[in-house]
Design a protein around this ligand. Structure first.
Ligand SMILES: Nc1ncnc2c1ncn2[C@@H]1O[C@H](COP(=O)(O)OP(=O)(O)OP(=O)(O)O)[C@@H](O)[C@H]1O
Length: 259
């Protein structure tokens, strides 16, 4: 069954139509990228799916259930995870402590239990860190980690909610190219193995062409192309209005790397 469906999502800000009848579907285990130039409506669409922004028209369904206008917290309980931002981690806490906090939050245990956080869920948190390759650094303060490793911990934190859908808004922003490739490979591997659907926006075309199963191209609030990385790369309209030379090079690099 289709995991996520957006149907006719539309949002206006004054005279600007930020998203105009945006429709797409995402299957379990699929990596779906949303790309487009600045101001294309990516964040607007993303935030309507994630419950931060109320659409003027259209609807969002999760495994057939209408979740339009469902707030993020309630969506989380339905299995929609988001990648967290660095500022939302507790920098003085250990790596494993941060993941334990996420597990506690997911189970909606009360704040009084925080004093016991060191004991609670440690094994489960270590198992999550293992999935993102960070178990060996479990007891370091998160503030000491390299940025790419913080991103891995953030992924573990998102996975603590046992999501069936992950929403990732520019997951590789601010990362070095080698770190980006490693993080996206990790996300794609987990998504495919565990049948988690991933919707992500991304400015880094190398990450998109190497790891997306399908790509949506938004321009001025409308989807102008959709399909496999190959189809999107070859689309003359996409070439003209968005990708140009840099996208062609990114696609060629992705093909060389991934056969
Ligand atoms: N809260 C808002 N109030 C007014 N206009 C907005 C608001 N949010 C977005 N817009 C406008 O809607 C359009 C789409 O913006 P959006 O942020 O969704 O694009 P984007 O594709 O995510 O861009 P970027 O790649 O720069 O993040 C833009 O013209 C933007 O100025």
């Amino acid at each position: 069954m289709t995991l996520l469906a957006a149907e006719g999502l539309t949002k206006r800000f004054g005279g600007v139509v930020a998203a105009n009848g945006v429709s797409f579907a995402l299957e379990p285990g699929e990596m779906l990228a949303m790309i487009g130039p600045n101001g294309a409506g990516k964040s607007t669409t993303f935030n309507m799916v994630g419950g931060q922004l109320r659409p003027d028209a259209g609807r969002v369904t999760l495994a057939g259930q209408d979740v339009t206008n469902t707030p993020p917290r309630a969506l989380c309980r339905l299995g929609v995870g988001r990648s967290f931002q660095v500022a939302q981690t507790f920098l003085s806490f250990t790596v494993v402590g941060n993941v334990q906090m996420a597990l506690i939050a997911h189970q909606r245990q009360t704040r009084q239990m925080l004093s016991d956080a060191a004991a609670l869920h440690r094994d489960a948190a270590l198992a999550l860190l293992d999935r993102v390759g960070m178990a060996a650094q479990a007891d370091r303060p998160i503030g000491e980690l390299a940025y790419g490793d913080v991103k891995r911990v953030e992924l573990a934190i998102a996975l603590a909610g046992a999501p069936r859908l992950l929403l990732m808004d520019e997951p590789t922003a601010g990362m070095a190219p080698s770190e980006r490739a490693a993080l996206m490979a990790l996300v794609a591997g987990i998504a495919r193995r565990e049948r988690i659907g991933v919707l992500f926006t991304e400015h880094d075309m190398d990450s998109v062409f190497a790891h997306a199963d399908r790509i949506l191209v938004l321009v001025r609030g409308e989807i102008i192309a959709r399909g496999s990385p190959e189809d999107v790369r070859a689309d003359p309209e996409v070439q003209r209005v968005y990708l140009g030379q840099s996208g062609t090079k990114a696609a060629a690099r992705a093909r060389r790397t991934h056969g």
